[in-house]
Design a protein around this ligand. Structure first.
Ligand SMILES: NC(=O)c1ccc[n+]([C@@H]2O[C@H](COP(=O)([O-])OP(=O)(O)OC[C@H]3O[C@@H](n4cnc5c(N)ncnc54)[C@H](O)[C@@H]3O)[C@@H](O)[C@H]2O)c1
Ligand SMILES: O=C/C=C/C=C(\O)C(=O)O
Length: 489
């Protein structure tokens, strides 16, 4: 029987699904099979999406109150909920992640993103100041939030729907119209989101979706469009730098959530078992493809050897499997291309003198997964802090474990990085927790936990890890312009 021709994923522009003559293949990282063909937007297509967004701002969307927009965001969340299993299947197909993760994290958080920013925007207060004046009558100053206008959104493949909606939700809550460009590696859930937007009655042009790659493709064309008012981007630091140059002439507002080379620091007084479990989670979740993952692990010397042995045992026990296996811990990397990058670091580590405590290669399954993008979860010791494997973001299931002696030493070593996104500290000493956390030069510190999220908190990094903060009112501040009005009484 002739195999079904793969689906064609289309753009969503001005409320219509639009195909392009140019397409690219979307492959499944579990077994390499062709999942779908994807329309690739040219510059004209991207510009038509930007124009549709501009038109939407002067339509019914631009006249809606924040309460009406909040209600629309809840309808979008309802729509994702109604098609929850389809979104799970789309995300798992594109990324190969465990089904249980897609259900509990990726799709669940997309729904939460819309509901959280609906409520935050609807309840956001403005500022007001009574100002005394020489004539005694005084003046009243108050602020109003206005949408930026057309916001370009470019998102990565590692948590596709979570990170796309992390930006779409507040952008829409603040009254903007958006043109979103998801990663070429993960087009499926974004396309489903467009269907939900359409069904929810989001006015045409408010949410536009264009598919394509980065350089010389839809991503670059979006950043170069003079029709966008702001650009929010999540991805590699070097891509962020390229995008910053592209938008500089127009002095566009940017929000960047970029790369990291995060540390986990385990003090001798930590709850040992909790720290072991926590580091396994923070180094190997999503096959290490989370910007917050700990690729640098530092363990205080008295427990170092015991800790390495414990991590080795846990990593050897990690179940690498098909997405739908109930107990699977780890799936493949996103693509053969990304696997080549991670394997190049596996080789480099040995060249740099690492001891390979666990992993270091490619698992052999003897089934379809051998055509996928799997790698072994890997643990190294023995490298100096300045080794490339200890300074460059690998973005795979790997960590290096090094001993340290005291607080001053470890604070200096953790901060000696061109990145500054996140850090996980493990200690039962409360004073030490507060003291050290404040001195780590990152945007996010977790103590005795990792990736515990409260969406009202600021999220973002320093140095090469990003520009700006999103989350809670920080998102409202980025996705709206605040104007001050002064009334002479
Ligand atoms: N800080 C955070 O919150 C955060 C979250 C997730 C991922 N990340 C980072 O993202 C990276 C992994 O994601 P990735 O591989 O998709 O990143 P990437 O930079 O390769 O691509 C991200 C997005 O940018 C687009 N793009 C690429 N080049 C472009 C260009 N020249 N102009 C415009 N768009 C372009 C891509 O098509 C994709 O949609 C890692 O470095 C990770 O640390 C950071
Ligand atoms: O890979 C990076 C993960 C980013 C996560 C978030 O932005 C979030 O949880 O809101």
């Amino acid at each position: 029987m002739k195999p079904e021709s793969p689906a064609l994923l289309r753009h969503y522009i001005g409320g219509e699904f639009v195909a392009s003559a140019a397409t690219f293949d979307n492959l499944c990282p579990v077994d390499g099979r062709l999942l779908s063909r994807v329309s690739e937007a040219d510059r004209a297509t991207v510009e038509s999406a930007v124009a549709a967004a501009r038109r939407a701002l002067s339509g019914p969307w631009g006249k809606m109150s924040v309460q009406q927009r909040a209600a629309m965001l809840h309808k979008i969340a309802d729509g994702i909920e109604a098609r929850f299993d389809e979104f799970v299947a789309a995300e798992v197909g594109d990324t190969g992640r465990p089904v249980h993760q897609a259900r509990s994290l990726d799709i669940a958080r997309a729904i939460t993103n819309f509901r959280t920013f609906a409520d935050l925007a609807a309840c956001a207060n403005s500022d007001a100041f009574e100002t005394p004046t020489a004539d005694g009558a005084g003046a009243l100053n108050y602020t109003v939030r206005k949408p930026l206008g057309v916001v370009g959104i470019i998102s990565p493949w590692n948590l596709p729907l979570l990170l796309l909606t992390w930006k779409v939700a507040p952008a829409l809550a603040c009254g903007n119209a958006v043109v979103a460009k998801p990663s070429e590696e993960s087009p499926a859930s974004a396309t489903l989101l467009a269907e939900v937007m359409c069904h929810a009655g989001v006015p045409p042009g408010v949410f536009n979706l264009v598919h394509g790659r980065g350089a010389d493709s839809a991503g670059q064309f979006l950043t170069q469009s003079t029709g966008i008012d702001a650009l929010t981007f999540t991805g590699e630091s070097r891509t962020g730098s390229t995008i910053m140059k592209a938008v500089a002439d127009g002095v566009k507002e940017v929000s960047f959530e970029l790369g990291g080379k995060n540390a986990a620091v385990v003090f001798a007084d930590a709850d040992f078992d909790a720290a072991v479990a926590g580091v396994v989670r923070s180094s190997f979740t999503n096959s290490g493809q989370v910007c917050l993952c700990s690729e640098r692990v530092y363990v205080q010397r008295p427990i170092y050897e015991k800790f390495v042995a414990a991590i080795k045992e846990k990593v050897h026990a990690l179940r690498i499997g098909f997405p739908d296996e109930a107990e699977v811990d780890m799936g493949p990397l996103i693509s053969r291309g990304h696997r080549d990058k991670v394997l190049s670091y596996y080789r480099l580590a040995v060249e740099e003198g690492a001891t390979v405590v666990a992993g270091g290669g490619v698992p052999v399954f003897g089934d379809a997964r051998d055509q996928g993008a799997y790698v072994q979860p890997t643990v190294w010791t023995g490298l100096p802090d300045n080794a490339r494997c200890n300074t460059e973001e690998i973005f795979g299931p790997v960590c290096h474990i090094a001993p340290f002696d005291d607080e001053e030493e470890i604070i200096g070593r953790v901060n000696d990085s061109k990145y500054g996104l996140a850090c996980a500290l493990w200690t039962t000493n409360l004073s030490r927790a507060h003291r050290v956390a404040r001195r780590i030069h990152v945007g996010l510190v977790w103590v005795n936990t990792w990736y515990l999220r409260d969406l009202r908190t600021p999220f973002g990094g320093v140095k090469l890890s990003g520009l700006g903060r999103e989350g809670g009112r920080y998102s409202l501040d980025f996705y709206s312009d605040v104007a001050n009005i002064c009334i002479k009484l």
